[in-house]
Ligand binder design. Structure first.
Ligand code: HEM
Length: 404
């Protein structure tokens, strides 16, 4: 197949799915989904079809994109001899590879060029760690919004999941693409940096009807409801950093690996599970309401006790109880099995984006550390923080506002 016919085939497939979405599940969609066991009787909302997300813009697109199915986050350490020029060379290389991958084209030196894949919602998000600025002689340029996350009483941090000078978050609707793109970017990085840690996480943000949904963590909780949507007037001030000038349009990211004790959680009653967060498990509604999007009523009482418990995760993390501080969360479910020990671990690769790490993430985390009911079944075992660079324009590159 030539590039042209391949493009036509894709356009046709997407056109058909689009038509099926607009006009109900007709012949076209039925024929395309030949292996489906049963079509829903009611066409329901339009199916979510992965597409191509532009790699260009004022912000890196992965921050606002819906959480994709497959995700990998890696941190790297800069080699000792890398200075600001070297960092700039790596950013140019990565920007070229990221733009090509997002558009479904092989990167220039790609030895597995057939793995390039369009229409998989691919995004790559790049960040620099706190110490990276010192290492390359750019300490003065470090955004004040990036501070080191302090240690907390409940933390049991392991070095193998913590820290790092550079961060890549690769996400897509398809794990093969994530694996290929990450491999390419790590090969680009070899002369400049070494891998420090790598974490995998999945998310199901699409319901049985193929419509976007909030998704659930491994406790079974609907997780992400409280997040602001990009069209909310509070979204921009919550997420995008404005200073220094070179960093305008960037943000900060905290990555916490939080182990979840699924076996202990299983021993709780459903009511106990729901009380620990303050939301029900059926649809994620606050315990004072019936719908996922209902506003919680923190003043409501039953038999003299608050319906949404004083130590519930939602009460303690809600903006009303944190002086209005908000964060943009992304949870990625992880699970590992170590054949040497027979040990399993599962939890959340918890990602938090915020304009100002010290003013937003830290006070919320402190409050949760002191009193969150969930602490009994959750333990942070990794922690890292990064300045997520502003986006780049076509012909530009990541970090060009500082390094060019
Ligand atoms: C494994 C660990 C965690 C689990 C299982 C968990 C689970 C949940 C669930 C089920 C909700 C309610 C639905 C929603 O609004 O998304 C929620 C809300 C929230 N969580 Fe977590 N969470 C975890 C860790 C954290 C951490 C580390 C932070 C921040 C430091 C955090 C901050 C928040 C915030 C800000 C909300 C929204 C509150 C609101 O606006 O109503 N969570 N979490």
């Amino acid at each position: 197949m030539t590039d042209q016919t391949r493009g036509q085939a894709r356009a046709t497939r997407r056109g058909l799915l689009g038509a099926a979405g607009a006009g109900g599940l007709g012949v076209a969609a039925g024929a395309l989904a030949a292996t489906r066991l049963q079509e829903p009787a009611d066409a329901g909302p339009p199916p979510t079809v992965p597409g191509t997300i532009s790699p260009y813009g004022a912000h890196q697109p992965g921050v606002t994109a819906a959480t994709p199915r497959a995700n990998r986050v890696v941190a790297l350490d800069l080699r000792d001899d890398v200075d600001a020029d070297g960092l700039g060379r790596l950013m140019r290389l990565w920007s070229g590879s990221i733009a090509a991958a997002a558009l479904g084209r092989p990167a220039p030196a790609d030895t597995a060029r057939d793995l390039a894949q369009a229409n998989v919602d691919l995004t790559v998000t790049v960040g620099w760690g706190y110490d990276a600025f010192d290492k390359v002689g750019l300490a003065d340029a470090r955004p004040a919004a990036l501070v080191k996350v302090p240690s907390f009483a409940h933390d049991r941090l392991e070095k193998r999941w913590s820290g790092g000078d550079l961060m890549l978050l690769v996400g897509a609707a398809d794990d093969t693409t994530v694996t290929h793109v990450l491999r390419r970017l790590l090969l680009d990085a070899e002369p400049f940096a070494t891998l420090r840690w790598e974490q995998d996480g999945s998310w199901r943000g699409i319901g049985a009807d193929q419509a976007p949904t909030t998704g659930r963590n491994l406790f079974g909780q609907v997780d992400g409801t409280g997040n602001l949507l990009p069209d909310d007037p509070l979204f921009d001030p919550t997420v995008w950093t404005k200073t220094p000038d070179w960093f305008a349009g960037g943000t900060t990211l905290v990555v916490r690996r939080i182990s979840m004790d699924l076996d202990e959680w299983d021993t709780l009653t459903r009511a106990e599970q729901e009380a620990s967060v303050g939301r029900d498990l059926d649809v994620g509604a606050p315990l004072t309401g019936t719908g996922e999007r209902d506003d919680p009523d923190f003043a409501a009482e039953e038999d003299g006790r608050p319906v949404i418990a004083a130590d519930s995760h939602m009460r303690l993390s809600h903006p009303d109880h944190n002086g209005g501080a908000r964060i943009l969360r992304r949870g990625l479910n992880y699970t590992t099995y170590d054949p040497a020990t027979g040990q399993r671990d599962a939890g959340l690769v918890f990602c938090s984006f915020q304009a100002d790490l010290g003013a937003q993430f830290v006070p919320i985390q402190r409050r949760l550390d002191q009193g969150d009911a969930l602490n009994e079944w959750t333990t942070a075992i990794g922690s890292a923080e990064f300045a997520v660079l502003p986006g780049f324009a076509e012909g530009g590159w990541l970090g060009d506002t500082l390094l060019s």
